[in-house]
Design a protein around this ligand. Structure first.
Ligand SMILES: Nc1ncnc2c1ncn2[C@@H]1O[C@H](COP(=O)(O)OP(=O)(O)OP(=O)(O)O)[C@@H](O)[C@H]1O
Ligand SMILES: O=P(O)(O)OC[C@H]1O[C@H](OP(=O)(O)OP(=O)(O)O)[C@H](O)[C@@H]1O
Length: 304
């Protein structure tokens, strides 16, 4: 079935059908209020509130479908986009900051290889044969023996077993915690690529406005995760010092607190977005500078 012709009024959005990116993608779609129900084992789900059809595909195939214009939008790893040679045929809209890992060259931990240059002319096993070939072609050019060819062989999974099996002198594979490689007796000697999930679009999409709406919604969700809202009260005379601690993203909101008695000092309430990973420190500083009633609130979603 030709989906582009069959669903002409719907933006086709390719999403990993399983694996490490799947749950996070569903959370993102949910947060962006793209409503859908995926029937068991069905790889197409029509959104019930937007003109979107979600197409669940293998992560490795998504850059090809988007790059060739069969899908309008897609989410997949940067590693898959670069391996498919599709980064020039797609528009990279947003780094979604999940699925982070590294494509690394790993060698036996007890061996004598310590640098990628020593691997020129040797045997490499990877699921990322294009990225590996590109990497070693560059090394071959600057190698002392320019006649040497590095042998790159494809395997689809359990790449880490290749060295122990004698099939490879080194592997090029994705590493997140490093546990798999450690257990296989391997150590990293080089990072070929740092990767995470990206939102990409086709350069030929018929739905540029909807693409932009989705990009903005995702961007809002990412910003909401990165920030918390910090509210507190303080005497107005401390305002200058407190704003220096929490200036807000654009600027903090300052409102007056009502006085109980006319002779009371002027008080203000401040509200500012603060980077989540700095909030503990900021609260300590606010308290020390004289702020009180400090409250930290989660931001579920935002447009900034
Ligand atoms: N530890 C990890 N190992 C592999 N990929 C990871 C890891 N962490 C994040 N990723 C990202 O997730 C993407 C999809 O990997 P995953 O192994 O889930 O795919 P998959 O579609 O289930 O493939 P496969 O069928 O080969 O297992 C990778 O391309 C990479 O961008
Ligand atoms: O650094 P870690 O957190 O240990 O994760 C890295 C491992 O995860 C992936 O394999 P996966 O589990 O997808 O299985 P596969 O070998 O079949 O691809 C990858 O190929 C590594 O083997």
């Amino acid at each position: 079935m030709d989906l582009v012709n069959h669903l002409p009024d719907r933006l086709l959005f390719a999403v990993p059908k399983k694996g490490r990116l799947y749950e996070k993608c569903c959370d993102l779609l949910n947060g962006a209020d793209i409503k859908f129900r995926r029937s068991n084992r069905l790889d197409i789900a029509l959104s019930t509130n937007l003109p979107i059809a979600l197409i669940f595909l293998p992560a490795a195939d998504i850059p090809i479908f988007v790059g060739e214009g069969n899908c309008d939008l897609g989410i997949t790893g940067l590693d898959q986009i670069e391996e498919a040679l599709m980064n020039e045929h797609t528009t990279d809209l947003l780094d979604l900051k999940f699925g982070s890992c590294k494509l690394q060259i790993q060698v036996p931990a007890d061996g004598d290889i310590t640098s990628p240059e020593q691997l020129v002319g040797k045997k490499i096993v990877s699921s990322f044969t294009r990225l590996s070939t590109d990497y070693f072609k560059k090394l071959e050019k600057v190698s002392e023996d320019s006649e040497l060819t590095t042998h790159i062989r494809y395997v689809g999974g359990s790449v880490e077993a290749s060295c122990a099996l004698g099939v490879a002198d080194a592997i090029v594979d994705l590493v997140e915690s490093g546990e798999t490689m450690k257990a296989a007796g391997l150590k990293p000697i080089e990072t070929v690529l740092s990767t995470s999930a990206h939102l990409i679009s086709s350069k030929e999409t018929k739905f540029p406005e909807l693409v932009e709406v989705i990009r903005q919604r995702f961007e809002g969700i990412l910003a909401a995760k990165q920030y918390v809202l910090c509210n507190f009260n303080a005497p107005r005379r401390l305002l200058h010092d407190l704003l220096a601690i929490t200036p807000g993203r654009r600027s903090a909101t300052v409102s007056s607190l009502e006085k109980r008695n006319p002779e009371d000092e002027d008080w203000v309430a401040l509200s500012a977005m603060v980077e989540r990973n700095a909030i503990g420190d900021k609260m300590d500083q606010l308290k020390k500078a004289g702020a009180t009633d400090i409250l930290v609130l989660e931001i579920n979603n935002c447009r900034v």
